[in-house]
Each structure stands twice: as C-alpha cells, then as structure tokens.
Design a protein around this ligand. Structure first.
Ligand code: MN
Length: 254
C-alpha cells in the first residue's frame, strides 16, 4: 500500500500507526503542517526506509505561522520531500488568501533554490491559483497534487506542468471525485489517505486503508484491484526515479 499524503504525527497513537504501517510494508509520505513538527516527526519515524517525512507549512496555518518560512528555509537542505504546502481558498481561510499566495511563492522559490523536491500540494478551492504559482516556479521540483478537484481544463494544465496526483478514499466517496479521477493520466496517479483527518465509519483512516482507494481506482480504470495496485506501485517507482518493471531491469522488491 502507498499513502503519499498522511499526517502520521497527528494521529492519537502515532507510534502504533507507524509500527503497523511498517509491519504491513506500507510506503508512507508523512507530511507535516509546520516546520516545527519536522524534528519530532523524523524522530518518530526513525530509520524506517519506507516511511519518508516531508517538510511543510500548511496553508490553513499560514495566517498564524507565516514567520516560519525562515525555519522552512533552514531545514530544507535536510528534507528530501516538501509538503504539505499550497493554497486554501475555502470560506474559512479566504481571509488569508493573499498572504497564502505570497508564502507559497516564497516556499516554492526556496525549494527551487535548493534544487527542487517532490512536493505534496494542497489546492482546496484554489486549483487555478496553485497552478499559477507552480507555473512560475518550474525549478521547484515535481508537484503531487493531493485531493485535486480541478475541472477538466485544470487537470490538463496540471498534467502539462508535470504534476502528479494523489487520490484517497474520501475523494472517491463523492461523484465529483470519481469524475476527476477519470480525467487524470493513469501513469501519474498515487494513493493517499490524508489521515487522520479523513474517516471511515467514525475511525480515522490509516495508511493501509488506501486499499479502499485502490478498489475505487480499479473500477474507474476497469481493471482488477491487483492490477491497479501494481500500476500504482510502478508509478511510485517512476516518481522516485527507481527502476521500473518496464525498463527491463528487475523490479525493486515489494
Ligand atoms: Mn493533508
């Protein structure tokens, strides 16, 4: 299972979720919402090679935490991944939207100056504005748009900009989410949960619950869940620059 957007540090029982993820051989990108969570999350994860930590500054926190851009810059050299960053244009955060846009540009600029990273990106009610910012910073790396709900034109623009997409059970619970999935290029799709902020039957989704998303993706692609799983794993290897099955080399062991 691959959970490319999970708030591992924010579960009620992060140690347990981590241990179970390792036991089940899940690949997890543990995104953070503030640079101040970076060190603690690294310590939590320890040496688990399949659990990676991303350095973030969440748009919902930018109004109070914009000063932490300096801390983001300072930690960036040691971070292999960036996230969660982005924009949130929903009613609750609209008040900080201009500040969010300035901060996102600073983060993307810093990331470009650091040589670019794989970045997990939030774009709720701000698809076009996020794509504008990414277009201005082509050196910032490879964006993975998490829970992207843009229209067809925005999906095409995102794809042309080199974006990837992570899709989770909560997104696929809506008609509109399934519709978006149908427009995504299959070779740029990964799975995620956005746990613990997403739930199923009153329980926070855990990284291995991406199996629910794999089933949804399999029906959209009209293939078996096993085949969908295989394609998503191969996508991850491509994203991470590892050898893929199709290159004629032996596949990395899973
Ligand atoms: Mn998130």
């Amino acid at each position: 299972m691959i959970d490319f957007h999970c708030h591992l540090d924010l579960y009620r029982n992060p140690g347990e979720v981590l241990r179970e993820s390792v036991r089940r051989s899940c690949y997890v990108l543990a995104v953070t919402t503030t640079p101040l969570a970076w060190n603690g999350t690294l310590q939590l994860v320890g040496g688990s090679p399949r659990i990676q930590v991303a350095l973030g500054l969440h748009p919902e926190l930018v109004a109070e935490r914009y000063r932490e851009v300096a801390e983001f810059r300072r930690l960036l050299p040691e971070a292999k991944y960036v996230g969660e960053i982005g924009l949130d244009g929903s009613a609750r955060f609209k008040g900080s939207f201009d500040l969010q846009k300035r901060v996102l540009r600073e983060l993307l600029l810093a990331t470009a100056e650091a040589g670019g990273r794989i970045m997990s990106i939030h774009s709720r009610a701000a698809s076009s504005e996020v794509l504008d910012a990414l277009a201005e910073h082509p050196g910032s790396g490879t964006p993975v748009l998490h829970w992207f709900m843009g229209n067809g034109r925005e999906v095409r623009r995102a794809t042309e900009l080199g974006c990837w997409f992570s899709v989770g059970p909560a997104m696929l619970r809506t008609k509109r989410g399934i519709q978006v999935l149908g427009q995504l290029p299959p070779n740029r799709v990964l799975t995620e949960t956005d746990g613990p902020f997403t739930e199923s039957k009153g329980q926070a989704l855990n990284p291995w619950d991406t199996s629910i998303a794999v089933s949804g993706i399999a029906s959209a692609w009209e293939i078996s869940p096993q085949d969908a799983n295989r394609r998503i794993r191969s996508n991850l290897r491509t994203l991470l620059g590892e050898r893929s099955r199709t290159s004629g080399h032996p596949a990395t062991s899973e």
